[in-house]
Design a protein around this ligand. Structure first.
Ligand SMILES: [Zn+2]
Length: 284
């Protein structure tokens, strides 16, 4: 969701903007249903002709407010992968994955909130939370996004090949009841990460034991991983993002830089919002 710059807001309560329709109550922009907006414009035009501009504006603003109700800001669950006591992978420096996940997920949540979305954070407070519970924290949310940082097969670590593996990966599960929508969000997040200069890792598609994840989109790093607990148990569209490979010492140093964390988080937040806006009208 985009908040329009001040000069592009209209004095009236609604404004068409570059193909999107926005309602702007109190300075916050919300998407409107286009056909509803057009119907309201039609009624307002009739009122102007028959009565007065003031009557038309009052009717228009009231109707537009009602129209915005079903298209409110998205509700997105941001899940910080792992917990303090089970922190996931260990980076080349010894810093654990949970802390990297926390840095990125806190910024993703902040970016979404700044854009007007409602956010529920899971496991960001350090409390223990079971895998099966995470995805059910907000059963009516529009999207569940789990943030992780990647490792690699132990045999590659043992062979000293850590520097060969880098990049992001995005996962969806076909066992999620909102698979198509999950895939749309996975692609949107992949698209934003690529636009931010990131590259997909692709090694999870390697045809070896422990990997072998079907690659759904090579350019965007989107894979299917049907057995991932948070994805298959989520009653809402769900995506898991491996932001980068912290077992690779070069990549870990890069992923620890505040400006990189900020850029990656913004890309993930943008992708999560993009797939809400491109959702077909009948699903809203
Ligand atoms: Zn993880």
């Amino acid at each position: 969701m985009v908040v329009l710059p001040l000069e592009r807001r209209l004095n009236a309560c609604g404004a068409p903007d570059a193909g999107n329709i926005w309602l702007i109550p109190g300075g916050r922009a919300l998407p409107l249903r286009r056909h509803f907006f057009q119907a309201v414009i039609g009624v307002a035009t009739t009122l102007v002709r028959r009565f007065s501009w003031t009557a038309a504006r009052v009717a228009f603003c009231a109707a537009a407010s009602l129209a915005a109700l079903p298209a409110q800001a998205a509700h997105i669950v941001v899940d910080t992968g792992h917990t303090v006591s089970r922190p996931g992978a260990t980076g080349a420096s010894g810093r654990v994955e949970y802390l990297y996940n926390l840095d990125v997920s806190n910024l993703v949540a902040a970016d979404l909130r700044a854009a007007g979305d409602r956010v529920t954070q899971v496991a960001a407070d350090g409390a223990e939370v079971a895998l099966g519970q995470r995805s059910r924290v907000a059963p009516t949310a529009d999207l569940f996004v789990s943030i992780h940082h990647d490792s690699m097969q132990q045999k590659y670590i043992d062979a000293g090949r850590q520097r060969e593996f880098a990049g992001f990966a995005v996962f969806v599960s076909e066992r999620n009841p909102k698979y198509e929508q999950s895939l749309r969000c996975a692609r949107a997040i992949g698209e934003q990460l690529v636009a931010a200069g990131e590259k997909p890792s692709l090694y999870h598609a390697e045809p070896i034991a422990g990997e072998n994840r079907p690659l759904l989109d090579r350019r965007l790093g989107v894979h299917r991983f049907d057995g991932l607990a948070v994805l298959k148990t989520a009653p809402v569209p769900a995506v898991l993002v491996e932001v980068g490979v912290i077992v690779n010492p070069d990549e870990e140093r890069r992923l620890a830089r505040p400006e990189v964390i900020k850029r990656l988080a913004q890309a993930i937040a943008n992708g999560a919002r993009d797939c809400q806006q491109t959702e077909p009208a009948e699903r809203r």
